[in-house]
Design a protein around this ligand. Sequence first.
Ligand code: APR
Ligand code: PHB
Length: 407
Amino acid sequence: MASETAHTQVAIVGAGPAGLTLAALLGRAGIETVVLENRSRDYVEARIRAGVIEQGAAEILVEAGIGERMGEEGIVHHGIHVQFDGERHHLPLSDLAGGRHIVIYGQTEVVKDLIAARAAADLPLQFEVDAVSVHDFDGDAPSVHFVHGGRRVELRCEVIAGCDGFHGICREAVADRVRIFSREYPYGWLGVLAAVAPSSEELVYASHERGFALLSLRSPQLSRLYIQCSPDDDLGAWPDARIWEELQLRLAVDGWTLHEGPILEKGITPMRSFVAEPMRHGRLFLAGDAAHIVPPTGAKGLNLAVNDAAVLAEGLTAFFANGSETGLDEYSERCLRRIWRAEHFSKWMTTMLHRTGDDPFVRRLQLAELRYLTSSDAAARTLAENYVGLPSEFFGLTPRSHANARA
Ligand code: APR
Ligand code: PHB
């Protein structure tokens, strides 16, 4: 097989939100990057993922240069509903959390926009690369090896960003040096995308005796719905009629109708909490799902990935400008403070809302907590400020300076 060497400043493994946002921010700072993705562009652009973007994460995406379509098609929400015992309660997130909001815009759309911007700028992004491996990141001349288009490539670089998701190879490469924290939940989410106008303007999180259900949306014509199922349920056991029947039962409230429509896509995701510490290993930096996973109940996965990318971009911008490693030294700790807050929040939301076994004691406690949440301002504020995203200052960190990224 023919082989060649190439060079770049930052080799980015993985074209998900973490890798693509990092590439876009570094591009704005005049830093060279090559993005390597093992799947095809079609595959990456078709993958349905989450859709709730914190205001702060949306601002980072704007800074990364993809604010335009998100600004036009993204839907700003100021509240959510929480439902239990057949009652639906409104939580006015923005009123409770200093005016901050969330934007409903699919992760799939974010990824499409980032890929389109990169293609328009004619910057390197290689899909369908094989046999990716990372080398020599303990020194100052690391490299990434891969096979692409029948050629073996050695990509020499100064820094490697491991943005290759939970099943990627970058965390594997430091498996003997990371400390892993992990929990699996005894349930999964069956998610569907349905061609029907959302039956509620704002999201509905429902805790029901039959299990959790969530009504969300992607656009005025597209609903996104989830139901708690068993993590090893087979999709075959969930024909469309059964999905709607279960959603109707779990989301029902008097005087409200859940409208049904054709199901365009469905899938089952397991739920886990996972953190690999630290996130820096010499010149290899882990970001996004490669380093951490949250159960989707708090809608934090995409937001954490975007935040990691922003913190890393800031550290790398200073590093390439004047050799300063301060930002890189702080990278792991800066990210982990927010990550652990999100881990706690996501686990809290998950255990409060899902059915775990048949123990009536546990159910009574869940209901007591949900009643407190929907009747106490203090409790509602706790959910709200976490849900819309806490500012950097909350973590005892100075806000990111955008000076370099904007230059
Ligand atoms: N080489 C190159 N690319 C790889 C490799 C590899 N060996 N292994 C995986 N990848 C790619 C995946 O195909 C994927 O496109 O890395 C990318 C990782 O992207 P994501 O899984 O989307 O992870 P991340 O960018 O960290 O974004 C996190 O995604 O899973 C959701 O809930 C999660 O919203 C969160 C977000
Ligand atoms: C989604 O719309 O996909 C979504 C919304 C809220 C969540 C998780 C997923 O908590």
